[in-house]
Structure formats: C-alpha cells, structure tokens
Design a protein around this ligand. Structure first.
Ligand code: ADP
Length: 508
C-alpha cells in the first residue's frame, strides 16, 4: 500500500540522475519532504479536530440527552478508543511514520463509530452509522484507493460485528443499511477524486521541482559568472602588467636602435675618411703617373694595387649601405619624390652593368616599350635599387643574359630584371629581403657583400610607395620586380595607351 506522502511521482531522467549535490537535495526534497510536510500538517490538524468533535458529540449525547444508562461502558470504550488512536497518531507523526499514523487515525475512528453503535438507543443506532460516511471521506483524503477500500471493508465488519459482540444481536435497521451504501458510494467517489488529486499533486510537484532546479542552475551560473569575472579581473591586471613591461621593452629597444644607428653612422663616417684616401691614392697610382713626375707604377705592383682599389670600392659600398640602413632605422632617410623619366636611368644603369658583367659571356638585353611611361620616385634611390639588382644579377650569372623589361599597369609601372643565373631556393625568397641575410648560392666567391642591398631596396621602395619582390627557380635564374606609382603629366590622358613592346635587343 502506498500513502499519498510517498505517492509515485513520475521522475524525469535529469532528476533521477542529478548532476550536483544541490540538485540531488532538491530531488530528494520534492519527492518526500515536501509531501510529508503537507500531509503531516493536515493529519495533525485532523486528529485534533476529530478529538474535539468526538468529545463534543459524546458530551451532547451524555449531558444533553441524559440517556447514558446501560450504555456507559460503550461510551467509555468509545472515549478510550479515540484517545488511544489520537495518542498513537500523534506519536507516529512525531516519529515521522506517516503511514502508520494514518492507519491508527482511521482505524481509531472506525472503531469509535462501531463502539458507539453498542449504545442502546434506537436513534443512536440509526444515526451513528452515518458518521461512518465522514470517516470514509476523511480516509479517502489521506489514503490510496486500495487502502481506502480496505478501510471500507473494516468499517462494514466493525459496524456490523462490534454491536453484535456488545449486545448479542445484529443491529441492521434501514438507517444502518442506508449508511453502509452511502459509505460505499463515498469511498468510490473519494477514490476517483483522489486519483485526480494525485495527478494534480504530481504536476504541482513536477513544476515545483523544475523551479527549484532552475533556481539551483541560476545560482550555479551566477557563481560561474562571478568566478569568470574575478578571473577576467586578474587577467586584466596581468595584461596591464604585461603592457607596462612591453612599453618598457619597447622604449629600451627604441633607445638601443637609436644608439645602434648613431654608432653605425659614426663608425661609417670614421671608416669612410681613410677608405676614401685608400681608394683615391690607389686610383692615382694606377691611372695618374703624372702625379709622380711621370714615373709609371711597375707592372709587378699593378695587379695588387688594382686589388687594393677594387676592394676599397667594395668596402665603401658596404659602408654606404650600412649608413643607409642606419638612417632608415633612425627614420632619418629622406627621399625626394618627383616625376621621373626612366630612359636616362635605364641608360646609366645598363652602361654600369657592362662593367659589372666584366668578361663573362652574359648578354645584357632590354625589352621595354617606346615611349616609356613616367614614374613617381626619387631618381637617385631608384637608380640605386636598379644598380643593386644588376650587381646581384651580374654576380650570380655566369652565362646567358640579364634582361631589363617593363610592364605598365593602370596605376603603376613594373620594372623587371631577369637573369639566367643561379636562382634562389623557395624558402630563401622572403628571407633575402631581410637585412644581413644571404641566400645559399653555394659559391663562396659570389658571397661578397653584406646581405644589405635587397633590405635597403625594399625600405627605399616603401618610402617611395613602391614594392619589390622576386620570382626564381634554383638553377634556372631569377626575376626581380620593382613596382612604382605611375606618373601622368598634367592634362595627359590618364588612360594608358598600350605601346607595342620592342623586340629584345642587346644593350651592349
Ligand atoms: P648581397 O650584398 O649579399 O648581394 P643582397 O641583399 O643584395 O645582399 O642579396 C641578398 C642575397 O640574395 C644574396 O646574398 C643572394 O644569395 C641572393 N640574391 C640576390 N639576387 C640574386 C640573384 N639575382 N640571383 C641569385 N641570388 C640572388
């Protein structure tokens, strides 16, 4: 038998398998404590009310009617029954045995009614069974349907059996029969109603449980939010510290950079003075014998003197590069941007390139449109970039050609220097534009230089709003591209008129 307090409440999987202790506590509470609390309250109210009501009825019967007579024993037993049942009910309730409390209460009421039937008065014997209807109704609100029908059967047995035991004859008048029928009907209606009440209670409990779970979840989320807020605060603090460290490091780097720039500039200046003397004197000794009263340098010395001269020149170009780079680092390198005619620059570079190639079987070719477009640049710096490209191409090309070509786009002009030399490995192609980086040409004699030319070229082109990049295949050759903004003379049609590319021609 199941009493309402532990009535089967449908449980959802989330509830039967709670995730946290708090959720488990909620499930536990809603299934037992909540119902028990409600039931205890009702039952304890009921037994007290019943006790008071029973005494009132007995008082009316005994004092007002003054007809106790031989039935004193039955009244005494009725009082004793109701007292014992109330005492038991209250004790069981105190111990939390709700089922037992309910049974003691209901059985006590049934026996009280049955004992009152022994009261030897026809009216009493006719009316008292009707109290049984009240008892069945009360039992219906406290018990399950099966328990209720068991109590109905017990009532039948008690109402018929106890008066027989007391008086030796069956009290079966119309009133008793009618009361028994009404009791049966009450039990049936009560079972039906309490079934519905069970449903409503289950629904209410379910809602209550969900609400509790939501509250717990909300509480947990709030805790999580608080935790993450704290974490965020500490992260913000860390970030602040890091930013401060970063600022300090940046300042230190800035200062170091300035020192480096200053140091390089001073050093370059100090080196250039004696170097210019070396270059100047070796040149004079080689080419101006008049300065020595017409005495020619003996042929045995010429080769070494020549070496001194070219090494000096080379050293000077490296020092110049370092000076440029230090100026760029310090943000002090300025370019003079202006409209630039390309023809004079190309001519100059190509004639220098003849010397750079030397006696190697390398053809200098040119494939540019006529007329050439104009660009916006610093002519000296653009020439420096082109010369650097030619110097590299000449250095890394043993045979074949070095070709100068040009392509015009709507807003920019792209100049390309293509050689058939050593080429550059894919993984080196970005690296070579960094300062002091040299590729792996594999040929020691070609690794002169400091790895600065392309780094400077890229910085210069940045200053001129241009760009530089390379396409190359190891062993097949390289093409270096230089892009510069295109210049449109005022009043000229800004649309580029495509000019037929002149066939490749030897510039030598
Ligand atoms: P470097 O003074 O060493 O020439 P650069 O910055 O001008 O310095 O060039 C960097 C490196 O790029 C070179 O050392 C070389 O390995 C590679 N490189 C540049 N141009 C060419 C080229 N035309 N062919 C092959 N390798 C090249």
């Amino acid at each position: 038998m199941t009493e309402l307090a532990v009535a089967p409440v449908p449980t959802s999987p989330e509830i039967t398998a709670p995730e946290t202790t708090e959720q488990a506590a909620v499930a536990e509470y809603s299934q037992s404590q909540f119902v028990e609390e409600v039931r205890t309250e009702r039952l304890s109210l009921l037994w007290k009310a019943t006790l008071a009501f029973a005494f009132a009825v007995i008082w009316i019967v005994v004092v007002i009617t003054q007809e106790v007579g031989e039935s004193a024993t039955s009244i005494f037993v009725a009082i004793a029954t109701i007292l014992v049942s109330s005492g038991l009910t209250s004790q069981f309730l105190k111990k939390g045995r709700y089922e037992w409390a309910t049974y003691s209460y209901v059985i006590g009421l049934i026996f009280t009614v049955a004992v009152l039937m022994v009261f030897d008065n026809e009216d009493t014997q006719t009316l008292v069974p009707f109290l049984g209807i009240l008892v069945i109704f009360i039992a219906g609100t406290l018990m399950s349907a099966q328990a209720l029908f068991a109590m109905l059967a017990l009532s039948f047995a008690a109402i018929i059996g106890i008066p027989y035991l007391g008086t030796g004859e069956f009290v079966m008048n119309n009133g008793v029969i009618f009361a028994l029928i009404l009791m049966t009907l009450t039990a049936a209606i009560s079972a039906q109603t309490s079934g519905e009440l069970y449903g409503i209670a289950e629904w209410a409990l379910g809602s209550y449980r969900k609400e509790r779970e939501t509250a717990v979840k909300l509480h947990e989320s709030r805790l999580a939010v608080e935790k993450s807020l704290l974490k965020q605060q500490s992260l913000t603090m860390q970030l602040r510290h890091l930013n401060a460290d970063l600022d300090r490091a940046r300042e230190a780097a800035e200062i170091a950079k300035q020192f480096r720039g200053q140091f390089l500039a001073n050093m370059s200046h100090e080196l250039r003075t004696p170097l210019n003397a070396i270059i100047g004197f070796s040149d004079t000794m080689l080419n101006f014998p008049l300065m020595y009263e017409g005495v020619e340098l003996p042929p045995e010395y010429r080769k070494d003197m020549n070496q001194i001269y070219t090494s000096g020149k080379h050293l000077l170009s490296i020092i110049n590069d370092i000076l440029d780079l230090s100026k760029i680092d310090a943000g002090r390198l300025e370019v003079e941007i202006q409209p630039v005619e390309l023809e004079p620059i190309f001519k100059g570079v190509l004639s220098t390139a003849v010397g750079l190639v030397g006696g190697k079987p390398v053809k200098l070719l040119r494939s540019t449109p006529d007329p050439l477009p104009m660009v916006v640049a610093d002519p000296i710096r653009f020439r420096q970039v082109l010369l650097n490209l030619y110097s590299n191409a000449a250095k890394f090309t043993d045979e074949g050609s070095i070709t100068l070509s040009l392509e015009t786009e709507p807003n920019r002009v792209i100049v390309a220097v293509t050689d058939t030399g050593a080429g550059i490995a894919k993984h080196q192609q970005d690296l070579i534009f960094e300062a002091f980086q040299q590729g792996e040409s594999g040929r020691k004699q070609q690794r002169q230089g400091a790895g600065l030319g392309l780094a400077i070229s890229r910085q210069l082109l940045n200053l001129m709003d241009g760009a530089i990049w390379v396409e190359s295949e190891l062993g097949k050759g390289s093409t270096f591209y230089v892009a510069l903004p295109r210049y449109f003379a005022p009043g000229s049609d800004s649309e580029w008129v495509e000019v037929e590319t002149a066939p490749a021609q030897a510039a030598q």
